[in-house]
Write a protein that binds this ligand. Structure first.
Ligand code: LIP
Length: 265
């Protein structure tokens, strides 16, 4: 495996420990599908348990750092230059339904820039990781985005269906516009893995509105370090906090972004 830095080793240890907890809980979820209450409360507890594990591990290693977490929110440290951005279970809906496509996402933001990123899929034993200017890796293998330029043959992931009727109308309009040119577009339900799969060349592009910083912070650096492009649909500055994102290899990113912008007119 490519040499990992001390900070990446800390992140990997935390992710692997939380992954063991989630794999145990995921094994229980199958049985809960048929229970009267369903697995909802159980999954919430599993999510929070994983976040507590990650928080304790990272806090012990870097006591002064701040945190932004999906469940626990903001925890200010004395060192406000360094902030962990954590989604302990990305792909919650998949997890709840026993669908083996979910992950742990941990990013370290330093002075407003993501410097280290890790996305761990414990079911498939895949650890995607990157440090700024040092490339992106899946295990020993260096990640590179695809060279595909043909929308018709591209696999483009998306997300963002909304119960809000106004937002849902935008979603349907965008999905119709992109999928009419890229019929293989499909939804997988975990933004962090969507970005990592673009980085690995499995997908050629991904877009979504309504995502949160913890869903995408790590995947954005991993994708950029694999030669991919990540921007916002609405030309905001920082895709980590913009709540909307469009990404891909250079060609597909540009083509999808152009379609989305034309759809918005
Ligand atoms: C999920 C995202 C996914 C989105 C889902 C949900 P969660 O995050 O990863 O891309 O489509 O609606 O937001 O809630 O599983 O951490």
């Amino acid at each position: 495996m490519a040499p990992t830095s001390p900070i990446m080793n800390i992140m990997m240890k935390a992710a692997e420990k939380a992954g063991r907890s989630l794999i145990r809980d995921f094994g229980e979820v199958e049985q809960l599908q048929v229970s009267r209450k369903g697995p909802g409360d159980f999954v919430t507890a599993a999510d929070k348990r994983a976040e507590e594990i990650i928080f304790e591990e990272l806090k012990a290693a870097r006591p002064s750092y701040s945190f932004l977490m999906e469940e626990g929110g903001v925890v200010e440290g004395t060192d406000t230059d360094n902030k962990w951005i954590i989604d302990p279970l990305d792909g919650t809906h998949n997890f709840m339904h026993g669908i083996p496509h979910w992950c742990i996402s941990i990013a370290l933001e330093t002075n407003g820039r993501i410097e280290a990123a890790l996305v761990f899929d414990p079911v498939k034993h895949e650890m995607f990781r990157a440090e700024r200017s040092n490339g992106a890796y899946l295990g020993r293998n260096r990640l590179r985005v695809s060279n595909r330029q043909d929308m018709e043959m591209s696999t483009i992931a998306f997300g963002g269906a909304q119960l809000d009727p106004v937002k849902q109308a935008v979603y349907i309009k965008e999905l119709n516009a992109v999928s009419s040119l890229a019929p293989m577009a499909r939804r997988f339900g975990a933004a962090a893995l969507d970005l990592c799969y673009v980085a690995a060349g499995r997908f050629d592009g991904y877009w979504e509105r309504g995502i949160h910083p913890w869903d995408v912070a790590a995947g954005i650096l991993i994708l950029k370090e694999s030669g991919g492009f990540v921007t916002t649909i609405d030309n905001q500055d920082n895709p980590v906090y913009s709540r909307n994102i469009v990404s891909g290899n250079n060609d597909i990113h540009d083509k999808v972004k152009k379609i989305l912008k034309e759809t918005a007119k």
